[in-house]
Design a protein around this ligand. Structure first.
Ligand code: PLP
Length: 283
């Protein structure tokens, strides 16, 4: 079951979750979009009252916090991605599962070991290892781990650089927001974000298409983002939208992501901002 988003953060609207719960509901899965926290106090409170698990999709949220707590560590599970598009990458694919419950940690270890209790064998807890559950091969190679480790060692530096880039976009585009041409992301109080992305929203799909092609003509690669899950083929097959889609579709159609990566040069960034300004001057 999907519920509508909040237009200010593009995150799940925590006020709509409770009404969507049915006897079949097992978990709430908040996605911390752009590395900005969902309203976790409200979500954890609902989960507690209904006996549900919370699985935080923190794929975009490494180094982000909510009221001082690291995202991905608040729910029962937290999932992270080290895909090449994320703030910290293992040189291709990779990820991390954080488990706040020992029972699940044991099972996760078995699933990771291809369904065997091999880890228990190495700890001397069983005299031979065997297949005890479903599983697959989820281990990263040592090269991938080393590639990632160097970035984790430099996590603060990478984060500070991205945050500075994010802030320059924000400051540079504030005049356009004041003139009602664009709307910029909002960071709610209590949330420290990791500058995973910088997006802005324009009036509608038509204007977005025009802006993207204007930027492309000035050699700026700006892109749109996710098609809402409930409108995708799998979403239609496996789930459905609860309540009214007031914001999910319309807000996603307005969204434009700007170039954002560690080490983005200020001069290049100024060109992006200039090109956006140019677009709104002409139109
Ligand atoms: C990237 C991403 C994922 C998928 O991560 P993988 O490492 O490709 O599994 C899931 N959710 C969100 C919100 C993401 O941004």
């Amino acid at each position: 079951m999907f519920v509508d988003i909040r237009p200010d953060t593009m995150n799940i609207d925590e006020q709509l979750i409770e009404a969507a719960i049915t006897p079949k509901t097992k978990a709430i899965v908040p996605v911390h979009y752009a590395g900005v926290a969902c309203e976790m106090d409200v979500i954890m409170n609902i989960a507690e009252r209904y006996g549900l698990f919370v699985v935080e999709d923190a794929a975009q949220a490494m180094m982000s916090t909510y009221k001082g707590r690291a995202l991905g560590t608040i729910g029962h599970f937290g999932t992270f991605s080290f895909h090449e598009t994320k703030n910290y990458t293992s040189g291709g694919e990779g990820g991390l599962l954080i488990i706040n419950d020992d029972d699940f940690a044991q099972r996760a270890e078995i699933i990771r070991e291809k369904g065997t209790n091999r880890s228990q064998f190495f700890r001397g807890m069983v005299d031979k290892y065997q297949w005890v559950d479903v599983g697959s091969s989820y281990l990263p190679s040592e090269l991938q781990a080393a590639y990632l480790l160097a970035q984790l060692d430099a996590a603060e530096l990478i984060n500070a650089n991205r945050r500075a880039t994010w802030q320059r976009y924000h400051d540079g585009l504030i005049p356009l927001q004041k003139a009602n041409n664009v709307s910029l992301p909002r960071i709610p109080p209590g949330c420290e974000h990791n500058a995973h992305m910088f997006y802005l929203k324009v009036a509608n799909l038509h204007e977005r298409t025009a802006l993207l092609s204007h930027l492309k003509a000035s050699e700026v690669l700006a892109v749109f983002h996710y098609v809402p899950l409930h409108t995708s083929l799998a979403g239609q097959h496996f789930g459905h939208f609860h309540g009214e889609d007031r914001f999910t579709t319309s807000e996603s159609e307005r969204l434009v992501r700007l170039p954002m990566y560690y080490g983005l040069e200020q001069m290049e960034q100024d060109r992006v901002i200039e090109s956006i300004n140019e677009f709104f001057c002409q139109n």
